[in-house]
Design a protein around this ligand. Structure first.
Ligand code: ZN
Length: 261
Protein backbone atom coordinates (compact mmCIF):
# COMPACT_ATOMS: atom_id res chain seq x y z
CA UNK A 1 0.00 0.00 0.00
CA UNK A 2 1.34 3.40 -0.95
CA UNK A 3 2.40 5.58 1.94
CA UNK A 4 0.86 9.00 2.16
CA UNK A 5 4.07 10.98 2.45
CA UNK A 6 2.38 14.25 1.63
CA UNK A 7 1.67 14.98 5.29
CA UNK A 8 5.38 15.04 6.08
CA UNK A 9 6.38 17.24 3.17
CA UNK A 10 8.38 20.26 4.13
CA UNK A 11 9.17 20.77 0.44
CA UNK A 12 5.67 20.58 -1.03
CA UNK A 13 5.90 24.13 -2.33
CA UNK A 14 9.16 23.54 -4.16
CA UNK A 15 10.20 22.17 -7.52
CA UNK A 16 12.76 19.46 -8.13
CA UNK A 17 14.61 18.58 -11.31
CA UNK A 18 15.46 14.87 -11.56
CA UNK A 19 18.30 13.73 -13.79
CA UNK A 20 16.39 10.89 -15.35
CA UNK A 21 17.79 8.16 -17.59
CA UNK A 22 14.93 5.69 -17.35
CA UNK A 23 17.02 3.22 -15.39
CA UNK A 24 16.18 1.62 -12.06
CA UNK A 25 18.07 4.20 -10.03
CA UNK A 26 16.66 7.31 -11.64
CA UNK A 27 13.14 5.78 -11.68
CA UNK A 28 13.43 5.29 -7.91
CA UNK A 29 14.71 8.87 -7.56
CA UNK A 30 11.75 10.11 -9.56
CA UNK A 31 9.35 8.35 -7.18
CA UNK A 32 11.30 9.71 -4.19
CA UNK A 33 10.95 13.22 -5.61
CA UNK A 34 7.25 12.84 -6.41
CA UNK A 35 6.69 11.89 -2.78
CA UNK A 36 8.41 15.07 -1.56
CA UNK A 37 8.16 17.98 -3.92
CA UNK A 38 5.15 19.87 -5.14
CA UNK A 39 6.39 19.82 -8.71
CA UNK A 40 8.87 17.46 -10.33
CA UNK A 41 10.49 17.81 -13.74
CA UNK A 42 12.68 15.25 -15.47
CA UNK A 43 15.83 15.89 -17.47
CA UNK A 44 17.50 13.39 -19.77
CA UNK A 45 20.51 13.46 -22.04
CA UNK A 46 21.16 12.14 -25.48
CA UNK A 47 24.95 11.91 -25.30
CA UNK A 48 25.52 9.26 -27.90
CA UNK A 49 24.84 6.26 -25.71
CA UNK A 50 25.06 3.03 -27.60
CA UNK A 51 21.44 2.07 -27.14
CA UNK A 52 18.48 4.37 -27.53
CA UNK A 53 16.25 1.89 -25.71
CA UNK A 54 17.11 3.70 -22.49
CA UNK A 55 15.67 6.92 -23.91
CA UNK A 56 12.53 5.10 -25.06
CA UNK A 57 11.97 3.77 -21.55
CA UNK A 58 11.96 7.25 -20.03
CA UNK A 59 8.43 8.08 -21.17
CA UNK A 60 7.09 4.69 -20.14
CA UNK A 61 8.55 4.99 -16.65
CA UNK A 62 7.09 8.47 -16.27
CA UNK A 63 3.66 7.26 -17.42
CA UNK A 64 3.79 4.23 -15.14
CA UNK A 65 4.64 6.31 -12.07
CA UNK A 66 1.96 8.89 -12.85
CA UNK A 67 -0.58 6.07 -13.13
CA UNK A 68 0.20 4.93 -9.58
CA UNK A 69 -1.13 8.01 -7.83
CA UNK A 70 -3.28 10.98 -8.81
CA UNK A 71 -1.09 13.15 -6.58
CA UNK A 72 2.06 11.99 -8.33
CA UNK A 73 0.40 12.57 -11.71
CA UNK A 74 -0.46 16.09 -10.64
CA UNK A 75 3.08 16.78 -9.46
CA UNK A 76 4.84 15.36 -12.50
CA UNK A 77 5.82 18.20 -14.81
CA UNK A 78 7.56 18.41 -18.14
CA UNK A 79 10.28 16.17 -19.48
CA UNK A 80 13.32 17.73 -21.09
CA UNK A 81 15.88 15.99 -23.29
CA UNK A 82 19.18 17.75 -23.94
CA UNK A 83 21.69 16.71 -26.58
CA UNK A 84 25.33 16.58 -25.49
CA UNK A 85 27.88 16.12 -28.24
CA UNK A 86 30.99 16.04 -26.08
CA UNK A 87 31.15 12.24 -25.88
CA UNK A 88 30.20 11.73 -29.51
CA UNK A 89 33.01 14.00 -30.60
CA UNK A 90 35.73 12.91 -28.24
CA UNK A 91 34.55 9.87 -26.29
CA UNK A 92 36.36 6.58 -26.24
CA UNK A 93 34.12 4.55 -24.06
CA UNK A 94 32.15 1.34 -23.98
CA UNK A 95 28.78 3.02 -23.78
CA UNK A 96 29.28 5.35 -26.71
CA UNK A 97 29.50 4.17 -30.33
CA UNK A 98 33.18 5.02 -30.63
CA UNK A 99 33.81 2.96 -27.53
CA UNK A 100 36.36 0.38 -26.66
CA UNK A 101 34.10 -2.51 -25.75
CA UNK A 102 34.63 -5.29 -28.26
CA UNK A 103 34.50 -9.04 -28.23
CA UNK A 104 38.06 -8.88 -26.95
CA UNK A 105 37.21 -6.35 -24.23
CA UNK A 106 33.68 -7.05 -23.05
CA UNK A 107 31.52 -4.58 -21.18
CA UNK A 108 32.76 -4.16 -17.66
CA UNK A 109 36.33 -5.24 -18.36
CA UNK A 110 38.97 -3.25 -16.54
CA UNK A 111 40.56 -0.63 -18.75
CA UNK A 112 44.14 0.64 -18.59
CA UNK A 113 43.17 3.32 -16.07
CA UNK A 114 41.96 0.69 -13.62
CA UNK A 115 38.28 1.60 -14.02
CA UNK A 116 35.63 -0.52 -15.78
CA UNK A 117 35.45 0.26 -19.51
CA UNK A 118 31.80 1.18 -18.92
CA UNK A 119 32.93 4.28 -17.03
CA UNK A 120 32.02 7.41 -18.98
CA UNK A 121 34.44 10.03 -17.68
CA UNK A 122 32.82 12.92 -15.89
CA UNK A 123 29.32 11.94 -16.97
CA UNK A 124 27.60 12.66 -13.67
CA UNK A 125 29.55 15.88 -13.21
CA UNK A 126 28.48 17.00 -16.67
CA UNK A 127 24.87 15.98 -16.06
CA UNK A 128 24.84 17.88 -12.76
CA UNK A 129 26.27 20.99 -14.39
CA UNK A 130 23.80 20.82 -17.28
CA UNK A 131 20.92 20.33 -14.85
CA UNK A 132 22.03 23.37 -12.86
CA UNK A 133 22.31 25.47 -16.01
CA UNK A 134 18.84 24.42 -17.16
CA UNK A 135 17.38 25.05 -13.68
CA UNK A 136 19.05 28.42 -13.19
CA UNK A 137 16.60 30.75 -14.93
CA UNK A 138 13.65 28.80 -13.59
CA UNK A 139 14.78 29.25 -9.98
CA UNK A 140 14.76 25.51 -9.39
CA UNK A 141 17.26 24.73 -6.67
CA UNK A 142 16.62 21.05 -5.94
CA UNK A 143 18.53 18.75 -8.27
CA UNK A 144 18.11 15.00 -7.81
CA UNK A 145 20.74 12.52 -8.97
CA UNK A 146 20.55 8.73 -8.87
CA UNK A 147 24.22 8.25 -8.08
CA UNK A 148 25.31 5.69 -5.53
CA UNK A 149 28.59 5.14 -3.77
CA UNK A 150 27.81 1.81 -2.12
CA UNK A 151 27.02 -0.20 -5.21
CA UNK A 152 28.12 1.88 -8.16
CA UNK A 153 30.66 -0.23 -10.05
CA UNK A 154 33.37 2.00 -8.59
CA UNK A 155 32.67 5.04 -10.75
CA UNK A 156 34.44 7.97 -9.06
CA UNK A 157 31.88 10.56 -10.15
CA UNK A 158 29.19 8.64 -8.24
CA UNK A 159 30.96 9.11 -4.91
CA UNK A 160 29.58 11.31 -2.20
CA UNK A 161 32.68 13.52 -2.13
CA UNK A 162 32.42 14.14 -5.89
CA UNK A 163 28.79 15.21 -5.63
CA UNK A 164 29.43 17.39 -2.58
CA UNK A 165 32.30 19.05 -4.41
CA UNK A 166 30.07 19.54 -7.46
CA UNK A 167 27.39 21.16 -5.32
CA UNK A 168 29.96 23.51 -3.82
CA UNK A 169 31.40 24.38 -7.24
CA UNK A 170 27.94 25.05 -8.70
CA UNK A 171 26.96 27.29 -5.80
CA UNK A 172 30.23 29.20 -5.81
CA UNK A 173 30.48 29.44 -9.58
CA UNK A 174 26.86 30.43 -10.16
CA UNK A 175 26.28 32.31 -6.90
CA UNK A 176 23.36 29.97 -6.30
CA UNK A 177 21.91 27.72 -3.60
CA UNK A 178 21.46 24.40 -5.27
CA UNK A 179 20.84 21.33 -3.17
CA UNK A 180 22.01 18.13 -4.84
CA UNK A 181 19.88 15.29 -3.51
CA UNK A 182 21.24 11.76 -3.78
CA UNK A 183 18.68 9.47 -2.12
CA UNK A 184 20.48 6.29 -3.23
CA UNK A 185 24.00 7.32 -2.22
CA UNK A 186 24.40 4.85 0.65
CA UNK A 187 22.01 2.14 -0.52
CA UNK A 188 22.92 -1.02 -2.32
CA UNK A 189 20.66 -2.31 -5.11
CA UNK A 190 18.65 -4.31 -2.57
CA UNK A 191 18.15 -1.13 -0.55
CA UNK A 192 17.03 0.71 -3.69
CA UNK A 193 14.24 -1.85 -4.24
CA UNK A 194 13.26 -1.56 -0.58
CA UNK A 195 13.11 2.22 -0.93
CA UNK A 196 10.83 1.82 -3.95
CA UNK A 197 8.56 -0.44 -1.93
CA UNK A 198 8.41 2.10 0.91
CA UNK A 199 7.54 4.84 -1.56
CA UNK A 200 4.95 3.12 -3.68
CA UNK A 201 4.43 -0.42 -2.50
CA UNK A 202 4.57 -3.50 -4.70
CA UNK A 203 2.93 -1.55 -7.55
CA UNK A 204 5.92 0.78 -7.80
CA UNK A 205 8.38 -2.11 -7.58
CA UNK A 206 6.49 -3.85 -10.40
CA UNK A 207 6.43 -0.67 -12.51
CA UNK A 208 10.19 -0.21 -12.14
CA UNK A 209 10.83 -3.88 -12.92
CA UNK A 210 8.68 -3.71 -16.06
CA UNK A 211 9.50 -0.29 -17.51
CA UNK A 212 12.96 0.79 -16.38
CA UNK A 213 16.03 -0.16 -18.35
CA UNK A 214 19.49 -0.88 -17.00
CA UNK A 215 21.14 -3.34 -19.40
CA UNK A 216 24.31 -2.06 -21.07
CA UNK A 217 23.65 -4.30 -24.07
CA UNK A 218 20.26 -2.71 -24.77
CA UNK A 219 18.44 -6.04 -24.50
CA UNK A 220 14.62 -5.71 -24.18
CA UNK A 221 13.61 -9.08 -25.56
CA UNK A 222 14.32 -11.26 -22.55
CA UNK A 223 12.26 -10.79 -19.40
CA UNK A 224 13.65 -11.95 -16.06
CA UNK A 225 11.98 -11.58 -12.66
CA UNK A 226 14.08 -8.41 -12.20
CA UNK A 227 13.17 -6.94 -15.58
CA UNK A 228 14.51 -6.95 -19.14
CA UNK A 229 18.16 -7.40 -20.01
CA UNK A 230 20.89 -9.64 -21.34
CA UNK A 231 21.55 -11.01 -17.86
CA UNK A 232 25.28 -11.03 -18.52
CA UNK A 233 26.53 -7.44 -18.54
CA UNK A 234 27.70 -5.80 -15.29
CA UNK A 235 24.52 -3.71 -15.01
CA UNK A 236 22.26 -6.74 -15.41
CA UNK A 237 24.27 -8.77 -12.91
CA UNK A 238 24.13 -5.94 -10.38
CA UNK A 239 20.39 -5.51 -10.89
CA UNK A 240 19.70 -9.25 -10.70
CA UNK A 241 21.78 -9.64 -7.55
CA UNK A 242 20.05 -6.70 -5.89
CA UNK A 243 16.59 -7.94 -6.79
CA UNK A 244 17.37 -11.43 -5.47
CA UNK A 245 18.65 -9.92 -2.22
CA UNK A 246 15.52 -7.77 -1.99
CA UNK A 247 13.26 -10.78 -2.47
CA UNK A 248 15.25 -12.79 0.08
CA UNK A 249 14.97 -9.92 2.57
CA UNK A 250 11.21 -9.81 1.99
CA UNK A 251 10.95 -13.52 2.63
CA UNK A 252 13.08 -13.21 5.76
CA UNK A 253 10.91 -10.43 7.14
CA UNK A 254 7.62 -12.19 6.42
CA UNK A 255 5.93 -13.71 9.48
CA UNK A 256 6.51 -17.41 9.11
CA UNK A 257 5.16 -18.45 12.49
CA UNK A 258 1.60 -18.32 13.54
CA UNK A 259 1.23 -15.42 15.95
CA UNK A 260 0.55 -16.52 19.50
CA UNK A 261 -2.80 -15.72 20.90
ZN1 ZN B 1 22.64 -6.58 -19.73
Amino acid sequence: MMQDLSKQQPLGGETALVVFSGGQDSATCLAWSLARFGRVLTLGFDYGQRHRVELDCRRRVRDALAALSPRWAERLGEDVLLTLDTYRESGQNALTPAGTATDAAPLGATAADGLPNTFVPGRNLLFGLQAAIWAYEKNIRHLVLGVCQSDSSGYPDCRDDSIKALQLALNLGMDAHYVLHTPLMWLDKCGAWQLAEQLGGAALVDAIVEESHTCYAGERGVRHDWGYGCGQCPACRLRARGYAAYKAACAASSPLETPRA
